[in-house]
Structure formats: structure tokens, C-alpha cells
Ligand binder design. Structure first.
Ligand SMILES: [Zn+2]
Ligand SMILES: [Zn+2]
Length: 269
């Protein structure tokens, strides 16, 4: 397992973009693929998914894309999500019943018990304030794919800060990579501070160097698109500079499903 983590990282270092973003996306993709492949009807997994009401926005759409790309239908997604629709239906009916004013029972001489019951009913209905959310349809657990992604990401980050100062070949592979995006740099610095402060300077020096190059590419992009210099040749790095600056600031865009196929990195082990 240990060797595989190191190998995964070295493979990711050689690919374009932040290696941590890639490893995380790949791990989440494998989790979703595995769910569709063999866990759609697994009772334990289904009850976990029910607590989170399935997946977050991005992962739900990723699941749909994976199934369409690999199975060319939606049987797994439909099977999994049917239970959410049934739950939603039950909860909405219950919500409406709670919100509905109670029918006034006509009685000439309402008993003390009738008064008490009406009062309790009003109190209960008062708890269901106008505009209140449907509490039964608020997720009680985080998206399972996000949770897995967080766990995998943390494992790679801790490995990174542990090995950067210790392993020359590993450090060199990192130096030759595109480096970390800003969100992953911040997280790596956190783990370096906590577990191996010697990694901080390596991370910062690399980021400083990469940023200088990104800035030059971006400035060249702007300059060469101006009327005066538009006939100068623009390099591939300069042409991509306006996209790469977004990727660096907020993290990489998730690659399309077909780009993740055949990538062996990022498995949950
Ligand atoms: Zn990243
Ligand atoms: Zn998610």
C-alpha cells in the first residue's frame, strides 16, 4: 500500500495540473464507479446514502455521467435514487399535514379535553413555522463521495509533506510537476506545520517559482492578444495561461469521464 501511494503521486506529478486535485478526482470517480458496479443494492451503503440523501450536486452529476459512459443506461442510478423519491414523497405529505390547519370540530359544549387538544395542536403547528425547511429532507450526513475524497486527499497530503524533505527522487518529481493549486497548497502547509515543518519551505519555494512563470505567461497572453503584437507567436503555455490561473486559484476542473478512464492512480486502499 505504502509503495502504491508513492507511485500514485509520482504518476500524478507527471500529468498536467495539480497532482492532488487529480488524485482526489480519480479516487472519487473510482468510488462512484464501484458503487454502480456492485453496491447499488448493498443494505449498509444504501442506508448511509439515505442519511446524506445521496450525493452532493457535483458527485450526483458525476455518477450520472459515469453510468451513461460505462453502462449506456441509468439502471444503477435509478435504483439508488428511487428510495430518495419515496422518502421525499413521505416527508412532503407529512410536512403538509403538519402545516394544514386542523378541522374545527363542532361541538356546542367543548370539553376541557377538547380545549387542551386544540391548544397542543396549535403549539405543534406553531413549531412548523411558515417558510421552515422540510427537516426530514435535510441531509443528516455529508456526501459519501466528498467524505471519501477528503480522506484520500489527507492521506496523500500527509505523505507529500513527509517525503518531500526525506526522499530526493520524490522531491525532484514534485519539483518537475505543475505543483499544487492554492487550496491544496494551503492544506499541505497545514499538514507540514503539524507533522513535518521541513516540507513548508520546499512547498513555498516551488509555488513562488511556478507563480512567477504563470504571471509571465499571463502577461504575454495579454500582450500578444493586443493589436500591436498580435502577429507574434504565442506558446501553448501562454495560450492556456488564462485558464491555468483559474485552476491554480480555485483548483482544477474535474476532467471529463473519458480522461479519467485508464488512470490507475487514486484508488481507495
Ligand atoms: Zn489541487
Ligand atoms: Zn460530494
Amino acid at each position: 500500500m505504502v509503495d502504491m501511494i508513492s507511485l500514485d503521486m509520482k504518476i500524478a506529478f507527471r500529468k498536467q495540473g495539480c497532482p492532488l486535485c487529480r488524485l482526489r478526482y480519480r479516487a472519487e470517480q473510482k468510488y462512484l464507479f464501484g458503487f454502480l458496479w456492485e453496491n447499488v443494492t448493498d443494505g449498509g451503503i444504501r442506508s448511509r446514502w439515505l442519511r446524506s440523501l445521496g450525493l452532493c450536486h457535483d458527485h450526483a452529476w458525476q455518477l450520472q455521467e459515469i453510468e451513461a459512459a460505462h453502462w449506456h443506461d441509468g439502471m444503477g442510478t435509478a435504483t439508488a435514487y428511487e428510495s430518495f423519491l419515496r422518502l421525499a414523497q413521505r416527508e412532503i405529505i407529512a410536512y403538509r399535514q403538519q402545516a394544514r390547519p386542523a378541522a374545527t370540530e363542532s361541538t356546542d359544549d367543548p370539553s376541557a379535553w377538547q380545549h387542551l387538544r386544540d391548544g397542543i395542536g396549535q403549539l405543534l403547528r406553531g413549531a412548523q413555522a411558515e417558510g421552515a425547511p422540510i427537516t426530514g429532507l435535510i441531509p443528516k450526513a455529508p456526501c459519501p463521495a466528498c467524505e471519501l475524497g477528503d480522506r484520500i486527499e489527507q492521506r496523500y497530503l500527509r505523505w507529500l509533506v513527509r517525503d518531500l524533505p526525506a526522499e530526493e527522487a520524490f522531491r525532484q518529481a514534485y519539483e518537475d510537476s505543475d505543483g499544487l493549486c492554492l487550496p491544496h497548497l494551503q492544506k499541505a502547509l497545514y499538514w507540514a506545520g503539524k507533522e513535518n515543518p521541513a516540507a513548508s519551505d520546499i512547498l513555498l519555494a516551488k509555488s513562488e517559482h511556478d507563480l512567477q512563470k504563470r504571471l509571465v505567461d499571463l502577461q504575454e497572453y495579454l500582450r500578444k492578444h493586443s493589436y500591436q503584437y498580435h502577429d507574434e507567436t504565442i506558446s501553448p503555455a501562454e495560450e492556456q495561461a488564462w485558464i491555468r490561473v483559474i485552476a491554480w486559484l480555485v483548483g482544477e476542473k474535474r476532467p471529463p469521464e473519458q480522461d479519467l478512464r485508464g488512470d490507475t492512480t487514486g484508488a481507495e486502499r
